[in-house]
Design a protein around this ligand. Structure first.
Ligand code: HEC
Length: 316
């Protein structure tokens, strides 16, 4: 009996130790995901293109460890092994936000892809690809909701003219209470419209400041129309995030230029005496030579006639 108890005690001790180490191990390796991040919805629409983009990114960055989702062919030599992301168990336990958090931040042997896949959108494409191995009709609804929003509804822009020929774009957004607040850090590009294309004003895009204002100095040497009017085009750079947000504004800050008639200059395509001088001289010269040759021929013909008349007169 004594022996048996001893044995059972040993067995219990082993089990307790195993449980303790398991508890210790799990305490060391648990995803700690803030609720807001776990609930985050995929901001990129669920389209075949985005899933395909996610598939390519997955094959390049993840497959070597995780294998093909749903095939259970992951590289199991790591401890803990990289789980198969296609299993029903994983699919049910993970929201899009949780997958995004895990891919972004990593944990232990699972690398963080915050830097190596720096684009948030690209990491969300991978989430779309991974979720495509489960049954998540709600993902498509989210995307439809996103797509149904008219482009540019999140921010609005107005163009203002400051002193000293400063062009300003004011960008407002709506906060959670519905109040209009300045949108900070939105990149804005300014252009002057030309006959052929757009001329950028300033050096690249400008970010809005704390007041939601992005400004550039209008160049002093830009030609405008006859009254100095220049059509300015302002555009929010990040179309992916905000949609197409654009504005146009005429400013009076250009140098007034009278548009030239294309036929006013001495050009090859012009008409009459506006042709290039060399053309007129060459033309007149050739014409002169032709007349001189004609004159010489006429003179010689006259001479021949006189010779003939003389001959006839001498030999009747
Ligand atoms: C170096 C091998 C390796 C690479 C590369 C890798 N992972 Fe992992 N991943 C792991 C390991 C190991 C774990 C398990 C981590 C743990 O539980 O401690 C893991 C865990 C995960 C989890 C969480 C699984 C769960 O059950 O919670 C997700 C999601 C994941 N990886 C996605 C990815 C994606 C997407 C990529 C590519 C962008 C990727 N991983 C690249 C090794 C890797």
């Amino acid at each position: 009996m004594k022996y048996a108890i001893n044995n059972r005690g040993k067995a219990l001790a082993v089990v307790a130790l195993a449980l303790a180490s398991l508890a210790f191990a799990t305490a060391q390796s648990q995803w700690d995901i803030p609720e807001a991040e776990a609930q985050a919805l995929n901001p990129t629409p669920l389209t075949p293109e985005n899933v395909e983009a996610g598939k390519l990114l997955y094959e390049k960055n993840c497959q070597s460890c995780h294998g093909n989702p749903g095939k259970g062919d992951n590289l199991a030599v790591l401890i803990p092994p990289p789980p198969d992301l296609g299993t029903a168990e994983f699919q049910e336990a993970n929201t899009p936000g949780m997958i995004f958090h895990k891919v972004t931040n990593g944990m232990g042997t699972m690398p963080s892809f915050k830097l190596s896949i720096a684009s948030d959108n690209e990491r969300w494409y991978i989430v779309h690809y991974i979720r495509s191995f489960g049954d998540h009709p709600e993902d498509a609804e989210v995307a439809v909701e996103e797509a149904a929003k008219p482009a540019g509804s999140k921010i609005e822009m107005s163009v203002e003219l400051g002193a000293d020929s400063t062009l300003m774009a004011r960008i407002l957004t709506t906060d959670s209470t519905g109040a209009k607040v300045p949108a900070v850090g939105v990149e804005v590009s300014f252009f002057a419209k030309r006959y052929f294309g757009m001329l950028p004003i300033g050096e690249g895009a400008v970010k809005t400041n704390a007041q939601g204002l992005a400004s550039v100095k209008f160049p002093s040497d830009l030609p405008g129309d006859s009254t100095g009017l220049v059509q300015v085009f302002v555009q929010v750079k990040d179309v992916d995030t905000y949609g197409k947000v654009e504005a146009e504004q005429a400013v009076q800050w250009g140098i007034s230029t009278v548009p030239k008639n294309l036929l006013d200059d001495r050009t090859l395509w012009t008409i009459g005496w506006n042709a290039p001088l060399w053309l007129i001289i060459t033309y007149a010269g050739i014409l002169g030579i032709v007349f001189i040759i004609l004159g010489v021929v006429a003179l010689n013909v006259k001479k021949m006639k006189e010779l003939g008349d003389n001959y006839n007169a001498k030999n009747p």
